[in-house]
Design a protein around this ligand. Structure first.
Ligand code: ADP
Ligand code: ADP
Length: 224
C-alpha cells in the first residue's frame, strides 16, 4: 500500500488558490518527481504532505493514519525522525561545522555527540564530501553544501525525504551528481522521495513523474 497519500487537497492564500483538489500517493522507497510551472502549487503540495501547512480541505494519510488527527507534538516528532528535508538554499546552520550540521538531527533525537558525529562523518563520506567536515557552510561550494544538506536529511534514515528544488541553485553537473547520490542513498534505505522540481533533467532521476497544473495533479501523458 502507499506510505503517504493525499486526497482532494485544497489550499488558498487570500484570493490565490494554490491547491484545487490535488491527489497524490507514494510507496515506500519510491522516488516521485512533482513537476509543473512556477506557481502551480508544487511547494504547497509538499508542505501539506509533510504536515507543515494544514490544507483547507482534503486529507493526508501517513503510515495509515490521517496527519490532521495527530497532535502537533506528534507531527513535529514525525518531521524530526521519519521525514528528511532538502531545500534549495539556506538550510545549514552557519555557526556549526558541516559535521555538526549533519549530526544535528541525531543530537535532537538524543544521540550522544561522539556517536552522532561519527555517523555524520560516515554520511559525509558517502556523499563524497568528507573533506568539508570541519568547515562551516559559508566556506564550501554550493554543490558541497547541497551534499551536506542531503547527508543531514538522510542521517536519521527517514522513511520520506521531501526535496524542494534541491539542485535549483547548482550548475547542471553538480546538480546531477547530487541527484545521483540522493537517489542512490534513498534506495539503499528504502526511503521514499517527494522531489519537487521544474527541471525535466532532475525529474529523470525519479521512478515516476506527476505534473501539477493549476493546483491539481495530472499524470503526464500524450494529452499534455
Ligand atoms: P510552486 O511551488 O509550484 O512554485 P507554490 O506552491 O509555491 O507553487 O505556490 C502556488 C501559489 O500559491 C502561488 O501563486 C504562490 O504565490 C501562492 N503561495 C504559496 N505560498 C503562499 C503563502 N505563504 N502566502 C501567499 N501565497 C502563497
Ligand atoms: P519555491 O521556489 O519552492 O516554489 P517560493 O519562492 O514560491 O518557493 O516560496 C518560498 C516560501 O514562501 C514558501 O514557504 C511559500 O509558501 C512562501 N510563499 C510563496 N509565495 C508567497 C507569497 N506570494 N506570499 C507569501 N509567501 C509566499
Amino acid at each position: 500500500g502507499s506510505l503517504l497519500s493525499a486526497e482532494g487537497l485544497r489550499k488558498s492564500f487570500g484570493r490565490t488558490t494554490a491547491l484545487d483538489g490535488a491527489d497524490f500517493s507514494i510507496h515506500p522507497g519510491e522516488v516521485v518527481a512533482v513537476l509543473g510551472p512556477s506557481g502551480s502549487g508544487k511547494s504547497t503540495l509538499l508542505h501539506c504532505l509533510a504536515g507543515i501547512v494544514a490544507p483547507d480541505a482534503g486529507t493526508v494519510r501517513y503510515d495509515g493514519r490521517e496527519l490532521s488527527t495527530r497532535p502537533d507534538a506528534e507531527r513535529s516528532a514525525l518531521r524530526r525522525t521519519e521525514f528528511g528535508f532538502v531545500f534549495q538554499f539556506g538550510q545549514l546552520v552557519p555557526e556549526l561545522s558541516c559535521t555538526e550540521n549533519v549530526a544535528l538531527p541525531l543530537r535532537l533525537a538524543g544521540v550522544r555527540r561522539r556517536a552522532a558525529e561519527r555517523t555524520a562523518a560516515e554520511w559525509l563520506e558517502r556523499l563524497e564530501v568528507a573533506e568539508v567536515g570541519d568547515q562551516r557552510p559559508g566556506e564550501v561550494s554550493g554543490g558541497q553544501g547541497q551534499r551536506v544538506a542531503v547527508a543531514r536529511a538522510l542521517v536519521t534514515s527517514p522513511r520520506v525525504i521531501f526535496a524542494d528544488e534541491p539542485t535549483g541553485a547548482l550548475d547542471s553537473y553538480s546538480g546531477e551528481r547530487v541527484m545521483e547520490l540522493l537517489t542512490e542513498a534513498a534506495r539503499s534505505l528504502n526511503t521514499a522521495v517527494v522531489l519537487v522540481t521544474h527541471e525535466p533533467r532532475v525529474a529523470a532521476y525519479s521512478d515516476r513523474e506527476v505534473v501539477v497544473r493549476d493546483g491539481r495533479i495530472r499524470e503526464p501523458g500524450p494529452a499534455l
